[in-house]
Design a protein around this ligand. Structure first.
Ligand code: NIG
Ligand code: FE
Length: 424
């Protein structure tokens, strides 16, 4: 009787993208960055990658997955979502199509505020149920880890409610969750004309309470004209830092009000959107080691022609990740392969940059680079197998789900195929 050497063996992988991460986030991305092994195998034990190699090594395994010459790469990491919310905003979609813009709708009481109303009315159970279904969809498209923001509660109790839903999802859903506190997403109606009062509430009540309950790892602010200005953003993020949160900033989406220039001051893990970022902001990000999280789904849905200064990011070697920004207003897209296509088509990212952006650089954007984002010995076995021969097909087959297996922590959890089992 042969001894079983691993739990799962994935064999006959046509192109294995390992995307090595040893030297920090990937910059100057090219084909080399993908760490391709042709005709490869991966063995998995205790949910982790045990061995990776070329050829068809004979390893006795409890389960064998025949990849039939397909591509295998790290599970996708979505580093920016507003996954948890109640209600829909298709009326605003129609308004925007007819010419009204996002910020005007927001100022007239729609936008984020309308989702806040619906989310406040929803119970934890309802929010859990809708969000878990959304995560099922994300998983079927290869997302194995997802950052999730609060920000539709905007009162201490409702922000906590949202983050408790995030924690329930973390415990009960296959997809791993990275929770972010975004109390500074908008000023709620009860604080109309008293933004200072709301900032005080965030600083003196929300941040300490959420930190005490260990409900979030990151603190984020929507730093934008008519929302939170640079000073308020800095104050909130500094308080977050004091309470153990890492800083993230929604910034330069509509107007450049200097949000990105805060990166250095608050040691921002990531700055997100960056449509109208300037050199000063990018230099600050570079110094802080921030990841640029680009969100092309939002460009598409807001029909914005302006795009982030990707060439400048490359020149200054600011690492780029991509995210869905999944939310009911500006980006109802949750499928990372669709976001990868859009990052190429709308922003001019290369297929290699899109793949790196949805894996290892996204892992850096949520400070999980030691565990996920690349396929290396000892890392979590979060792997997607895609029915394609060449990695360039991933962004090319626009909006077509060609995923045959999604493997999370060494278990097949989604995909179209059943796996063979060989018991020795
Ligand atoms: O990242 N810009 C701010 N927040 C979200 C949109 C949220 C919403 O419209 O509900 C974003 O695009
Ligand atoms: Fe967002």
């Amino acid at each position: 009787m042969k001894t079983v050497e691993c739990d799962i063996l994935i064999k006959n992988i046509g192109q294995l993208l390992t995307i090595p991460s040893k030297n920090g986030p990937v910059i100057n991305t090219n084909r080399e960055s993908l760490g391709i092994i042709e005709n490869a195998y991966v063995s998995i034990e205790d949910g982790k990658i045990k061995d990776i190699g070329r050829g068809s090594k004979e390893i006795a395994a409890k389960k064998i997955i025949d990849a039939e010459d397909c591509i295998a790469l790290p599970g996708f990491i979505d580093p920016h979502t507003h996954l948890i919310f109640s209600g829909t905003r298709e009326k605003e979609f129609s308004m925007r199509i007819r010419g009204k813009d996002y910020l005007t709708i927001m100022q007239e009481g729609g936008g984020i505020k309308s989702t806040v109303k619906a989310t406040r009315l929803a119970s934890k159970e309802e929010l859990f149920s809708v969000s878990a279904k959304r995560l099922d969809t994300a998983l079927s498209w290869g997302t194995t880890t997802c950052e999730v923001k609060s920000g539709y509660g905007l009162s201490t109790a409702d922000e906590i409610k949202m983050l408790e839903v995030a924690s329930l999802l973390q415990r009960n859903h296959t997809v791993s969750i990275a929770p972010t506190f975004l109390g500074a997403h908008e000023v709620p109606e009860e604080f109309n004309g008293n933004k200072r009062g709301y900032v005080d509430l965030i600083i003196h009540e929300m941040i300490p309470e959420i930190s005490k309950r260990k409900l979030a790892r990151f603190c984020d602010v929507f730093c934008e004209k008519e929302v939170f200005n640079r000073k308020e953003t800095e104050k909130i993020l500094n308080e977050g830092l004091k309470h153990g949160f890492h800083a993230k900033i929604h910034t330069d989406e509509f107007y450049n009000i200097g949000g990105t220039e805060l990166a250095e001051k608050v040691n921002a893990v990531s700055c997100d959107h960056l449509i109208c970022t300037n050199d000063k902001g990018l230099s600050s990000m570079k110094k802080a080691g921030s990841i640029a999280v680009l969100l092309p789904g939002t460009n598409l849905f807001l029909m914005k022609k302006e795009i982030p200064p990707v060439d400048k990011m490359r020149e200054l070697t600011v690492p780029i990740a991509i995210g869905s920004d999944f939310n009911p207003g500006s980006s109802p897209i949750i499928a990372m392969p669709v976001i990868m296509s859009l990052s190429c088509l709308l922003y001019g990212l290369t297929p290699e940059e899109a793949i790196v952006g949805a894996t290892i650089n996204a892992a850096y954007a949520i400070k999980e680079e030691g565990v996920i984002g690349s396929l290396e010995e000892g890392k979590l076995a979060d792997i997607v197998i895609i029915d394609s021969k060449n990695y360039e097909e991933i962004p090319y087959w626009f909006a077509q789900n060609r995923i045959v297996y999604v493997i999370k922590g060494g278990r097949v959890v989604a995909g179209k195929k059943k796996f063979q089992t060989t018991e020795d």
